[in-house]
Design a protein around this ligand. Sequence first.
Ligand code: SF4
Length: 317
Amino acid sequence: MKTIELYLRVSDYRAWLDCRRKFYLTKVYGIQEDTDLTRVRPPGNADIGSIVDHGLNALFNDQGRVDLWGAHNVPVGAVNSQWAKEWGNAVELSSIMLDGFEEWWAEQEESATLETRGIQVEVEHRFGPFYVGPGRSYEVYVTLIGHIDYEAYDHKFNTLAANDFKTVATLGQHLKQVDVQMNIYALLLAYSRNEHVGIARHIQLRRVKRTARATPPFYGKRTIVINHAQLARAEILLIHALRDMVQLYPWNAEHADDARYYPSPTGECNWKCNVKSLCDMMDDGSDWDSIAVNAYNLSEEAPVLLRPRFQLDKEEV
Ligand code: SF4
């Protein structure tokens, strides 16, 4: 039996929970974000998050403050471009957020009870096998990769802790999804270190300049205490989800029906979804497939490099 290896990130799992169609278009079909850092574009909220991350990495690595223009996501030439003012504002906002964060963090008891074990740590675990329908001659394994901002030993709770930072418009946003994601980070870290991870902590930084008109609080944290039973439950839910995610891949011809990739529209689609135009086309009968192939960057690693579609099936069955 042939083995197929899939590599997914925790953020992909979260994308799948949010909207299966978005997961399909970005992860299975391979529609890529615009990652060309030589082409200057205006900054978005994700860029501010990356710039702040760059500053936080340095802080927790005891390097003090660093030049935020050096964040990896700032495009080459941004400072002299038509978007220089916007990028300047993004860097200034990030800098103000970091100033306040340093003061706020120093007042938190965690600043004394956490012992740093790693910054920007990648952890992974291989799950499977998952089967892709009767009569198929292959099985699928999924390696789930998590990116943990700050791994620490928590001396208050005497356990390893996975800590995550996020910039948000409003404190307390999307806490349900945050809890799911943090449990999975804890699970992956526990597998990687071969010891229990009893704390997952999510720290939010508000995207606001703290002017006289802006009302505090500007920072918040959510600490989840995790016992072994919770971690086991999180793993069972994850495995069921991975099994369903694997079924979204068009491993076989009878899976060619686009209706399976149903949308989950919300008020955030307009500004948050980079595949909205394609999503709209899938519902109005347009030939979205050929537009996707011709007008979008497709990842060379996307499994639906089964172009022509379902080539794998023809080879294997
Ligand atoms: S536009 Fe909304 S419903 Fe459509 S793929 Fe994006 S997130 Fe899903």
